[in-house]
Design a protein around this ligand. Structure first.
Ligand code: KG4
Ligand code: ZN
Length: 329
């Protein structure tokens, strides 16, 4: 079964064709990053308009890449939340038109769940249940217990900034471009000294995160308010180390406490090589991490998730609404 997956929740117009929830036939991503970089972050209205312009050419390229036309597609899937309302509407309405025009089943996909399903795409080793899903993106830092397909319980989350958001804000403080994650990672790799240690937040709930104190600490250091002024490279490295350490420490604790058999790392921040490496080193169970291009937003993860939703008979009606704040757990 070939599913066309459409992702427009934020600033990527992405469409893919995936066979049987696992095999990527095409995966086209049109990024708006350069347009939003001018403003230092994603401008929702601009994002919606860009999606409307990009959807048709991205769709045509995705079909061409898969070597088929709409006759070769068995279902249409689109992200319906969480995300920017106008951006979600662009993709969801495009999906509805295709589904209606070709009388194909429509699947409404949760963006966070889709990130997790990147773990099944072209995977050498598939996640085994119970699994711990770490969804670490620009909008979320969620620790989720997944007992089977479609069954989730959130164990922890951020109490303030998401990890990706913290990377983006610290990048701005260090005078780096948007998006901040890759820029901070690159700068951190150039650090020569690593004696600087930034504080980790202490929280009552065992699997929650907090990154805003860390960001404030970086701000004070950048302004020279703490005496000794570290280099930008050193700051980037110490910040990255603190975020990675928090994420991995809580994830490993949750994995042990809940006796999971695998961990799936997903979301844009999962593209970070230090996070990938550290989690692999410290995890008591196998860690499934999709390649970086499948960690950031893409249509293949939407199509993969939709295949499993369809196995459970989860077909959406054509009047399904977008739900910008929809959450897992
Ligand atoms: O999942 P995603 O593409 O979009 C959301 O659903 O939010 O995640 C985007 C986030 C951004 O905050 C970006 O800075 C971060 O992922 N990111 C990274 C890296 N690549 C992307 N953070 C750290 N290191 C990276 N290499
Ligand atoms: Zn995302």
């Amino acid at each position: 079964m070939n599913i066309l997956g459409i992702e427009t929740s934020c600033d990527e117009t992405a469409i893919a064709v995936v066979r049987d929830g696992r095999h990527i036939l095409s995966n086209v991503i049109a990024s708006q990053i350069e347009i939003h970089a001018r403003y230092g972050g994603v401008v929702p209205e601009v994002a919606s308009r860009q999606h409307i312009e990009a959807l048709v050419p991205v769709f045509q390229e995705a079909l061409a890449g898969a070597g088929c036309d709409l006759g070769g597609i068995d279902a249409i899937a689109a992200t319906t939340g969480p995300g920017l309302a106008g951006a979600l509407l662009a993709g969801a309405n495009f999906a509805k038109a295709l589904a209606y025009g070709r009388a194909l089943p429509l699947v409404a996909v949760n963006h966070l769940e889709a990130h997790v399903y990147a773990g099944w795409l072209d995977a050498v080793e598939e996640p085994v249940f119970p699994a711990l899903a770490l969804i670490i993106s620009g909008g979320h830092s969620d620790v989720v217990l997944m007992t089977e397909h479609g069954a989730y319980r959130r164990l922890g989350q951020t109490v303030d900034d998401a990890a990706g958001e913290a990377f983006d804000k610290v990048a701005r403080l260090l005078g780096l471009g948007f998006p901040g994650g890759p820029a901070v990672e690159k700068l951190a790799a150039q650090a020569t000294r690593s004696s600087l240690r930034l504080p980790r937040a202490r929280l009552d709930r065992p699997y929650d995160f907090s990154f805003s104190g860390l960001k404030t600490k970086v701000l004070r250091l950048v302004r020279g308010e703490e005496g000794d002024e570290p280099s930008r490279e050193e700051l980037a490295a110490a910040f990255q180390e603190a975020v990675v350490d928090s994420l991995v420490t809580k994830a490993v604790r949750a994995a042990k406490d809940h006796r999971v058999r695998s961990i799936v790392l997903s979301g844009g921040v999962a593209a970070n090589s230090i996070l990938r490496q550290t989690l692999r080193e410290r995890s008591p169970v196998p860690v499934i991490v999709p390649p970086p291009r499948l960690c950031t937003d893409n249509g293949a993860m939407v199509a993969a998730c939709a295949w499993w939703r369809l196995q459970a008979g989860d077909v959406a009606s054509l009047d399904v609404d977008v739900a910008p704040g929809l959450r897992i757990g």
